[in-house]
Write a protein that binds this ligand. Structure first.
Ligand SMILES: N[C@@H](CCC(=O)N[C@@H](CS)C(=O)NCC(=O)O)C(=O)O
Length: 80
């Protein structure tokens, strides 16, 4: 499986929605990255995805930005 990272912000409600979905569905294999506390990762997100909007799911080097797109992707790919 590709390395999957969820870029989030500390006070982002859209991020909380995705985090809640991950928790409620016991989804494993997603690494959280907080761009408010990790400057290097914030720069990496902008480099790969083109903007610093969160939440962003990084699947390998593919950036997915919209919270509902992320939830739908998780539904289709990571719920066992
Ligand atoms: N429609 C987006 C909205 C995401 C959004 O507005 N994120 C805010 C944080 S709560 C953000 O990253 N704003 C900064 C930016 O867009 O550069 C979604 O559902 O994910």
């Amino acid at each position: 499986m590709d390395n999957i990272k969820l870029y989030i912000g500390t006070y982002c409600p859209f991020c909380k929605k995705v985090e809640r979905f991950i928790d409620e569905n016991n989804i494993e294999g997603v690494e959280y990255v907080n761009i408010d506390t990790d400057k290097a990762e914030r720069e990496h997100l902008i480099e790969v995805g083109g903007k610093k909007q969160v939440p962003c799911l990084l699947i390998g080097d593919k950036a997915m930005y919209e919270s509902m797109d992320i939830i739908n992707y998780l539904k289709e790919n990571l719920i066992k």
